[in-house]
Write a protein that binds this ligand. Structure first.
Ligand code: GLC
Length: 550
């Protein structure tokens, strides 16, 4: 479906509430584009009946004199407003900033934030030592490590070269180890001892032994945290988000040595040849398959974008310690932007729920962009809104569902499942919610419908803000290449992570906004395409090693 149609259909699919404001703007539909009513007469009538039948808060406010036996559990309470009023407010706050002019403005504001960080920052806009993208012809078998937010994966990866109608890369064998809180809270070197133990377990697999024989495994690491590279194979450990404590007592130490020391203790036949951030790994892996790739987006628990930029886009202080040979050869450099650290109040309009999330965060203001769009936070934003709806507008008849008062208790996977529910009367969604967050009486259709609406609004805003982020980096790259939007040509973006890969309609919505933004900037239509890069962290870790060998 053409992207502008998708945006239109999505906006209208979600819209269920006739908004009195829209009537005033009937002559100019653009003024309330986000409020276009979707229901025809019969649908609105049905919805109204449904609301009357199923929303105790409404019954209470509309018909306060119902006989007591008909009163529902909330009838003794009064609420500040109806759910419909609250939903209208949520919709206004979350959707109003999404028109192209405002997104372009945000993209510009982000761009303004880049300049000082490209000049000097040891936290973001981090250059790597990888300056060339893969040719796609590289071959070899490697041990790839991927330390993500919730799993540590060790895989043997085979690269066979780009070829038509055949797989250019293959995971021969992969072991995945859960990173739960007990691992996440391991302090300093204990975390790296744990990694070495898991590498040991993985390579003890008889199948792996057969592959490798007695030789040493060349290893590549995809690290889903910032790292200050000191060579292709080493880098200083920087502050880790996602609740990890591995930096306690090890901050600033060499990541390669932290991993290799316990491996040597165990006499493991491994050698760490390359370290890359997971976003850079995604770019390398996608570029191995598609030479038009210049960006990579990671959007799962965390968020980041890697960009292949001309070296001149960063000031020379950023290459302190780089060998002269590297400086002479490199025209471009793979940059880990740590885009999650940009944004915040100067860029994005913040709602009260964004403020609440930030205020209660262990590291407020550290990754403000991530707080608005990543998988760790989408569920939390919805939870904050839903809790407010319970307290102030009688959602669930005013009863707080089990655990819903606890921060981060509403999983993004749960809201995605609610959005995907196609069962009649949302029976599956109702059952799912009742299992996860039991109530004394199961939620009604309208309760779950409300959560779905809120989830769609929160996720749509995230997809649009991501588009603004990509657009601002695309502008940066275009200008630093000495191009204009009109001459920038086509570009592919490798995308990886549960949200961008799996959240219903997320990538499609982001693509639609991106199309609008690039067109408004004067680029040729469809100049940027978001492409899924499956298992790209693991593949990219291997590609990074093989690029060194060519
Ligand atoms: C976090 C990390 C970043 C990583 C991203 C995706 O934002 O800071 O390094 O790339 O998550 O995993």
């Amino acid at each position: 479906m053409p992207s502008h149609l998708l945006l239109k259909r999505f906006k209208s699919r979600r819209m269920t509430l006739p908004d009195p404001d829209c009537a005033h703007n009937a002559s100019n539909p653009n003024l309330c584009w986000y409020k276009k009513p979707m229901f025809d007469f019969w649908q609105s009538l049905l919805a109204a009946l449904e609301r009357l039948a199923m929303l105790p808060s409404l019954i209470h406010s509309v018909l306060p004199s119902l006989p007591s036996r008909k009163r529902t559990r909330d009838a003794v309470r009064t609420y500040e407003r109806t759910l419909d009023d609250l939903l209208r407010e949520i919709q206004r706050l979350l959707e109003a900033p999404l028109d192209p002019a405002q997104l372009l403005h945000m993209s510009g504001k982000l761009h303004d934030q880049f300049a000082p960080k490209l000049h000097a920052s040891d936290m973001c806009m981090l250059p790597s030592y990888n300056h060339k993208l893969p040719t796609g012809l590289e071959h070899g078998t490697y041990l790839a490590l991927d330390v993500g937010g919730s799993n540590f994966r060790v895989a043997v990866v085979e690269l066979n070269g780009r070829q038509p109608a055949a797989k250019s890369m293959r995971i021969v064998n992969m072991k995945s180890y859960k990173i739960d809180n007990s691992v996440r809270y391991l302090r300093g070197t204990q975390f790296f001892d744990w990694m070495a133990e898991k590498i040991d377990m993985a390579i003890s697999d008889p199948q792996l032994k057969k592959i490798n024989g007695t030789s040493t495994f060349p290893m590549g690491l995809a690290w889903s945290f910032p790292v200050e590279q000191t060579s292709t194979r080493s880098g200083n450990l920087l502050a880790m988000g996602k609740g990890f404590r591995a930096t306690e007592g090890t901050l600033g130490q060499d990541l390669s040595e932290l991993i290799m020391a316990p491996c040597r203790k165990r006499n493991l036949p491994v050698r760490l040849d390359s370290i890359v951030n997971d976003s850079s790994a995604t770019l390398l892996s996608r570029a191995y398959e598609d030479p038009a790739t210049r960006f990579a987006v990671i959007l799962g628990t965390g968020f980041n974008i890697a960009v292949h930029l001309p070296t001149s886009a960063l000031s020379s202080t950023k290459y302190k310690g780089y060998p002269q040979k590297w400086r002479d050869e490199a025209t471009h450099v793979l940059v880990n932007t740590e885009l999650s650290m940009f944004g915040g109040k100067p860029v994005f309009p913040m709602t009260r729920w964004d403020e609440q999330l930030n205020d209660a965060h262990v590291r407020p203001d550290f990754q403000p962009f991530e707080h608005m769009i990543s998988g760790r936070y989408l569920g939390e934003l919805v939870r904050l809104i839903v809790s407010e709806a319970v307290r102030t507008a009688g959602l669930f008849g005013g009863e707080m569902p089990d655990k819903l008062n606890e921060a981060y208790s509403l999983d993004t996977g749960t809201i995605a499942a609610l959005e995907m529910d196609t069962s009649k009367n949302l029976t599956n969604g109702i059952a799912l919610f009742q299992t996860k967050h039991p109530l004394s009486r199961p939620p009604t259709y309208n309760d779950i419908h409300f959560i779905r609406q809120v989830s769609q609004l929160v996720a749509h805003r995230a997809a649009a803000f991501l588009a603004a982020g990509i657009h601002s980096l695309w502008n940066l790259r275009t200008a630093s290449e000495g191009l204009t939007p009109a001459t920038a040509g086509k570009m592919a973006i490798g995308c990886n992570g549960s949200i961008i890969e799996k959240y219903p309609l997320f990538r499609e919505l982001c693509q639609s906004h991106l199309d609008e933004l690039t067109a408004a900037s004067g680029a040729e239509p469809k100049s940027i395409s978001l492409e899924i890069a499956v298992e790209s962290a693991i593949f990219g870790a291997a590609v990074a090693v093989c690029c060194l060998e060519e």
